[in-house]
Design a protein around this ligand. Sequence first.
Ligand SMILES: Nc1ncnc2c1ncn2[C@@H]1O[C@H](COP(=O)(O)OP(=O)(O)OP(=O)(O)O)[C@@H](O)[C@H]1O
Ligand SMILES: CC(C)(CO)[C@@H](O)C(=O)[O-]
Ligand code: BAL
Length: 336
Amino acid sequence: MTSGKTENHHLAATDGGTVASSDTAAGGYAAATAPTAAHATDSNAGAAGQPPRVVHSRADYLAALAELPGSVGLVMTMGALHEGHLELVRQAHTHADHVVVTIFVNPTQFAPGEDFDAYPRTLEADVAALTTVGADLVWAPAPEDVYPEEPLITLDPGPVGRHLEGASRPTHFAGVALVVTKVLNLTRPQVALFGEKDAQQLAVIRAFVRDLDMPVQIVGVPIVRDTDGVALSSRNQYLSAEERVSARSLNRALRVADEAAAAGAPPALVIASARQVLDAEPGVEIDYVELVDDHSFQPVSAGHPSGRVQARLLIAARVGTTRLIDNAVMTVEVRG
Ligand SMILES: Nc1ncnc2c1ncn2[C@@H]1O[C@H](COP(=O)(O)OP(=O)(O)OP(=O)(O)O)[C@@H](O)[C@H]1O
Ligand SMILES: CC(C)(CO)[C@@H](O)C(=O)[O-]
Ligand code: BAL
């Protein structure tokens, strides 16, 4: 887990934190090698500049995994890859001998009326982007490869997953937990990496892995932001130019809240300071602004033991019709 200080570097738009210039990795890599099913069998397999092997069926995936000697680092994505995803892949290389990336828009985590159909599907560009950072294997399954039979089991994400995203999207984390558990069981990686942009998802996955004694190390990767401070997200593609400017208010709200926290503001005022920024932004409608204890992921509210708390401020807001999330860690002073 990163410290508040480190995380705050990722809040600023141009402060030397991890920044990227585009929401799609694809644009910059248009000329790179097209996807190939041919297996790179030489010793450079998985190295930057080498196209990854791409498989689709479950059987081909299991067979390809069996050909990878040594440890595996897993990066699960829904595709439409950007620098945030590529950073997960880069970090995966530092944790394991081989990097496996899954690209799958998982239907079970979308509720009716959400953007499952509209979600961008850009496999060719994704594979080109992965070639620039290197990956050994890409699994891009169809729904029937992941769910050959209608699942009978529903996973309950528990208290970590019931509020915030879990309240706004009540079936979401059950779907995430299901697909993550299935892919971890099929892949059996030593390490799996997830982004802190989806901080609650990461907390839910950590809880599952801990409570079910799943033999994998979960690594969280700090948020990668664009040069204007907006957290990279595949859904940023939905924004108009005007909405994109409004979207900057999420990061701005986090920074203002962080300053309030650093000045000793109590939790309610930290939250209010962020709300004020978002309320003032035309075209932005708040879903939630909440401060949670970064360990328990429960709200830092009245009754929380007093002292300095490593907290995480989480925002979900609609910018036009696009729902965006963002968050940052900050140290908050709680007085009894
Ligand atoms: N800006 C980012 N910084 C760090 N990690 C990220 C970032 N964006 C996505 N990730 C991580 O990449 C993994 C795959 O995420 P996903 O494919 O849903 O991308 P996304 O950009 O979050 O898409 P969406 O727009 O649907 O939220 C997740 O672990 C997610 O947290
Ligand atoms: C973890 C994940 C790939 C599961 O579908 C998805 O929720 C995502 O992209 O964050
Ligand atoms: N990265 C989050 C996946 C989702 O919103 O479904």
